[in-house]
Design a protein around this ligand. Structure first.
Ligand SMILES: [Zn+2]
Length: 329
């Protein structure tokens, strides 16, 4: 999304609010962009930064060609800084480091922009540090913070930001977009359940790792239903070597969640909601016979719990072993 009218196609309200403030030359000192993954938070942040620095702006849109626009695009403009969690949180030291850099580069009075990803992970000290910085009247500083969860932002920060709520994308429209770019229907349905970012979805679709992950997901469900005694071995020999880092483990668990949800949908006659299995696939029926609704609900609960543990950095092998024991019950 390189212009505000492109932003307006998926986020009409956000585009309108921001372009109005650009026109009136009343850009806020702090924005909080709130929305799920893939709703365009980062693209909006970068576009706004370009508006602030572009030397050849036409109307509300940056030119995208001047030195400032190009440097922001490539992530190396001296006055635009990107911050993201270092581990679990954004720490005070990260903010201090940034402020030192700002002090060295350029004039005190020159414009600075912070773009902060995962703003809900700011520690209280880090947040206070930013607030102080924002409130110094001599500075022209703009903070553009992004979060998927605005309720976790501390109130002192929230109250000083203009909050922009981004709308979730419509899954049917998204699936259509995927099919328009040449992705098969069944894959488009699954991908739209995994992500709502078009580029991510297209990348996943062409990704061999993901194709193999899908196969392993089905194999694991089959093992649980037919050869429960061998599941443990399967996890060790097949699953663990394929899913390496935390992101991959989360994706693996997401796939399993979708698969078990599908079996539940099959049970309750909501076949149209299925994303990993085709309703006419005989697997759907055979899985439906093995798993009772009660057991499926228990498995879904266990999978969510496993996902939470992965997020909290619990050792993935341990998480998967516990998961295997629990879903066999
Ligand atoms: Zn420009």
């Amino acid at each position: 999304m390189k212009t505000w009218s492109e932003v307006g196609e998926i986020q009409p309200l956000a585009s309108k609010i921001i372009t109005n403030s650009i026109k009136k030359d009343r850009i806020s000192h702090a924005y909080l962009l709130h929305g799920a993954r893939g709703t365009g938070k980062e693209a909006i942040a970068v576009l706004l930064a370009k508006v602030l620095f572009c030397t050849n702006r036409s109307g509300v849109d940056p030119c995208l060609e001047c030195n400032a626009c190009r440097r922001i695009e490539s992530g190396n403009h001296p006055d635009v800084h990107f911050l993201e969690p270092d581990g679990q949180s954004i720490k005070k030291e990260q903010i201090e480091h940034l402020q030192k850099e700002f002090a060295y580069s350029g004039m005190e009075s020159s414009q600075k922009v912070y773009i902060i990803k995962g703003a809900d992970t700011l520690t209280v000290n880090a947040a206070n540090r930013i607030l102080k910085f924002l409130e110094e009247p001599s500075r022209k500083t703009t903070a553009i913070m992004m979060t998927e969860n605005s309720q976790s932002i501390i109130p002192t920060i929230r109250s000083r930001c203009q909050i922009i709520d981004l709308q979730p994308l419509n899954p049917k429209a998204f699936q259509q977009k995927l099919m328009d770019s040449g992705i098969q229907r069944q894959s488009a349905i699954l991908l739209s359940a995994m992500t709502n970012n078009l580029d991510d979805a297209i990348a996943l679709n062409g990704d061999e790792w993901f194709a193999q992950a899908r196969k392993l997901m089905i194999q694991l469900v089959e093992m649980v239903s037919k050869k429960p005694d061998e599941v443990f071995l399967f996890i060790h020999n097949q699953w663990m070597p394929h899913f390496k880092d935390r992101d991959q483990h989360e994706q693996g668990l997401d796939l399993l969640l979708l698969a078990f949800k599908d079996i539940l949908y099959f049970h309750i006659g909501k076949e149209e909601a299925m994303v990993t299995l085709d309703k006419d696939d005989e697997k759907a029926e055979s899985f439906g016979m093995v798993f009772s609704q009660e057991r499926l609900l228990r498995i879904l609960h266990t999978l969510l719990d496993a996902k939470r543990k992965i997020k909290q950095n619990v050792n993935p092998t341990l998480v998967m072993e516990q998961l295997t024991v629990q879903i066999q019950r």
